[in-house]
Write a protein of this length. Structure first.
Length: 397
């Protein structure tokens, strides 16, 4: 008898989470693994945010809130959207969720019927695909090339659109490539979607504040399509709050109401204490995030320069987020002690085994011949990781 649902059969385990689990297990066995798999800032949450949470506990802010988040928080997020992104939402167009991951799931479940097509520029963030599968949607991939800084073009997207297209999901700055779309590129893409009024767009801007070129642009400001853009953001990355589980989105009232309805049946809203912390975080001057951003940039430069010394690692220059996504085709077909490296997943496990460095295979992001390295670790650790990788890769013949 089959006990579990067919829905579950469609779903893969999150590869980012799986690699992090594996490296935790190895560490627990006393093996010295450097974990560069999970995308999670290694900084503490800023003090004013922690203080706000402590105060919320002391003041007994410990009851269910409005499902979409308590009103003052949604008003504060509306203010943040206006301040940082020139996006104009009322509080009833904002839904706060248990992480941006849930915000995306809420939207996809609100929009997608079985068989609807969802356009995913690849490389895409790992969970987009499985959330689409959970909703019974059909993913349509559009491959961005490393030569084009891993950005899809308007022309490519135009070709992918069919009468079944219902949604596109993309991130900028992008996980896993660090690419940042310019205003011009977003406008060109918007022009394509302006001619297709049934297609929604999720603009995932969770890495907004980890941007090394100082220019973040929001798709939702472009007037021809703005009513169909759902802007997702969250606290996890900019404020080093992955464990607090707060994400949010701004959208049309119709989409916000739909997400509230789903959330009301599934979680009743996110943690009240974390919401109070989020209130403080979104109203803080964004400059509080700058020192983390600058540290990420230094690490990026260090890793890129160390990677130049490793044969066959082809990369773009990531303008944001904290990942490097090298093309490792050079190593395919090589072997170690008779064991062939057939694909990037084999190489990833070889590096885990031999170099004790945990990365994530590109297949998790829809791009086979790549590996993702999260440089959210101290420079000292990164230098050691790159040294180990270089030595292990040199042993492949
Ligand atoms: N979107 C992107 C592109 C991400 O990398 C992540 C990873 N944290 C998320 C959304 C989800 O973030 P969270 O659920 O922690 O807010
Ligand atoms: N988003 C992070 C990553 O890509 C955290 C893991 C996850 O949420 O899947 O590694």
């Amino acid at each position: 008898m089959q006990t579990l649902s067919s829905r579950l059969g469609r779903l893969s385990e999150s590869q980012t989470i799986a690699m992090a689990r594996l490296s935790r297990e190895l560490k627990a066995k006393g093996i010295d693994v450097i974990n560069l798999s999970l995308g999670e800032p290694d900084f503490p949450t800023p003090t004013p945010i922690k203080e706000a949470a402590k105060k919320a506990i002391d003041e007994d802010f410990s009851h269910y809130t409005h499902v979409s988040g308590y009103l003052e928080l949604r008003q504060a997020i509306a203010q943040k959207f206006k301040r940082d992104n020139n996006l104009h939402f009322d509080a009833d167009q904002i839904v706060v969720s248990t992480g941006a991951k849930q915000s995306i799931a809420n939207v996809v479940l609100s929009i997608i019927n079985a068989g609807d097509e969802v356009i995913l520029p690849a490389p895409y963030w790992v969970s987009y695909l499985d959330i689409v599968k959970l909703a019974n949607g059909k993913a349509v991939f559009v491959n961005a090339e490393i030569e084009n800084d891993f950005k899809v073009t308007a022309n490519q997207l135009e070709k992918a659109i069919t009468p079944q297209s219902k949604l596109m999901i993309f991130s900028s700055p992008c996980n896993p490539t660090g690419s940042v779309y310019t205003q011009k590129e977003l406008e060109e893409i918007a022009e394509v979607f302006a001619a297709h009024p049934n297609i929604y767009i999720i603009a995932d801007e969770i890495y907004e504040h980890i941007n090394f070129i100082g220019e973040h642009h929001s798709m939702g400001t472009i007037s021809s399509i703005k009513d169909r853009v759902i802007t997702v953001n969250g606290l996890s990355k900019a404020f080093a709050m992955t464990g607090w589980r707060v994400g949010y989105m701004g959208a049309s009232k119709e989409i916000a109401k739909a997400c509230d309805k789903i959330q009301g049946q599934v979680t009743s809203g996110t943690c009240s204490i974390a919401q109070k912390a989020a209130y403080t975080a979104v109203l803080l001057d964004p400059s509080i995030t700058y020192s983390m951003r600058d540290t990420f940039k230094k690490r990026r430069d260090r890793v890129l320069s160390l990677m130049k010394d490793i044969p066959g690692m082809k990369t773009n220059i990531p303008d944001g987020a904290f990942y490097i996504f090298p093309d490792i085709t050079y190593y395919l077909g090589k072997s170690y002690e008779g064991k062939p490296i057939k694909n990037a997943t084999d190489l990833c496990f070889y590096l885990l085994d031999k170099a004790r460095v945990a990365l994530v295979p590109g297949a998790a992001f829809g791009s086979d011949n790549y590996l993702r390295l999260s440089y959210s670790a101290s420079e000292e650790v990164l230098v050691e990781a790159l040294k180990r990788m270089k030595e292990a890769l040199a042993q492949l013949k």
